[in-house]
Design a protein around this ligand. Structure first.
Ligand SMILES: Nc1ncnc2c1ncn2[C@@H]1O[C@H](COP(=O)(O)OP(=O)(O)O)[C@@H](O)[C@H]1O
Ligand SMILES: [Mg+2]
Length: 327
């Protein structure tokens, strides 16, 4: 059952000093109850913007200019002020990009738990400690971190603390924005495995945003691939690994991203993503696509069912059950 259903979301950045940027373009996405979905694509393609839009956490100069978001069947797009705060506390949570920034450098770990637990209920010190220890246990940390400050923790530990803090709110949907970027490879795998395990134990739904398809595909139920502000492919992780349909997904799977890099480098795919502030016609990937034909330059491919998933590619749709193959 759909926990979150976003229909035709548009998000525009309107910076004071530059042209508006259409960061998310008429994008629809469903996240089912208890589902772990990966959201992947190159840096700047709109992943964070879409993730924040889904949980109503966009801040100016970002504005949602179109679309609706149903959470548990209720349209949350119109919620403001107190209603929105209530919805956030009862439903959504964000583990922001970079665990370090998620934590206040002058507050101990215990202090963070105190703030988050006291914001929502009257609760005494002994109980805060007890709850904090229990939550830390869920992410593989023990009570020795309670008196420590963020700079005294490793990157992986900070990310785990950030996750434990979010669990304190018992959210139904968690957006993890690049939860492993800036961590080393072994630690990355550990954090992803912890997210997977927690999701199965706690039953929340989650969107895991990452530029590293290789890291996410093995730990998620489904993967959504974004390119230039749009979803170009949406498939079960298992099938996406075996039968990627969009030429862009195929390129992402072939490229071995340096896990320490914040960007992926597409081997064998020339060019770079389009400037999202200029209007374009046709498929936005066409200038880099080895399969592009005349139709690709003229008409914008819609995300349509192909096999068990969805793909926005004229060539993949034409081949129906088969799939576009590059190289
Ligand atoms: N504050 C901002 N002002 C103007 N443009 C922005 C701002 N933040 C992001 N963008 C633009 O929006 C697009 C999507 O950004 P983002 O969602 O952060 O991408 P991703 O998370 O995939 O790296 C990018 O082209 C970026 O330049
Ligand atoms: Mg981002």
């Amino acid at each position: 059952m759909a926990l979150l259903e976003a229909r035709a979301i548009d998000v525009v950045y309107t910076p004071a000093d530059r042209a508006p940027v259409r960061a998310v373009r008429t994008t629809s996405l469903i996240v089912d109850s208890g589902e772990l979905v990966g959201l992947v694509g190159e840096s700047g393609c709109g992943k964070s913007t879409l993730g924040l839009a889904l949980i109503r956490m966009l801040r100016p100069p970002a504005h949602q200019t179109g679309g609706i978001i149903l959470f548990d069947g209720v349209d949350v797009t119109q919620l403001r002020g107190e209603q929105l705060r209530h919805q956030r506390h009862q439903g959504f949570a964000l583990v922001p990009q970079s665990g370090m920034n998620a934590l206040n450098p002058v507050r101990s770990v215990k202090g963070h738990f105190t703030d988050i637990l006291r914001a929502h209920e009257r609760i005494g010190r002994a109980e805060i400690r007890q709850r904090a220890v229990q939550l830390l246990g869920k992410v593989g940390l023990d009570s020795t971190v309670l008196d420590r400050y963020p700079h005294e923790l490793s990157g992986g530990m900070r990310q785990r603390v950030a996750i434990a803090l979010v669990l304190a709110l018992d959210p139904r949907l968690i957006v993890f924005d690049e939860p492993t970027t800036a961590l080393d490879v072994i630690v990355q795998a550990g954090v992803i495995a912890t997210i997977r395990q927690l999701q199965q134990e706690e039953g929340f739904s989650a969107l895991v945003i990452s530029h590293d398809l290789g890291l996410v595909v093995g730990a998620t139920d489904r993967v959504v691939v974004m390119y230039a502000g749009q979803i170009v492919e949406d498939q079960s992780s298992e099938r996406l690994l075996r039968h990627p349909r969009h030429p862009y997904t195929q390129a992402l799977l072939r490229c071995y991203a340096d896990p320490r890099a914040d960007e992926v480098h597409l081997e064998g795919i020339v060019g770079s993503p389009p400037d999202l502030s200029t209007p374009t016609a046709g498929c936005l990937f066409a200038p880099r696509c080895p399969l592009a034909e005349e139709i690709c330059w003229k008409s914008d491919p819609q995300l349509s069912p192909v096999g068990d998933g969805q793909v926005a590619c004229h060539m993949a749709q034409r081949t129906g059950r088969g799939h576009a193959r590059v190289g």
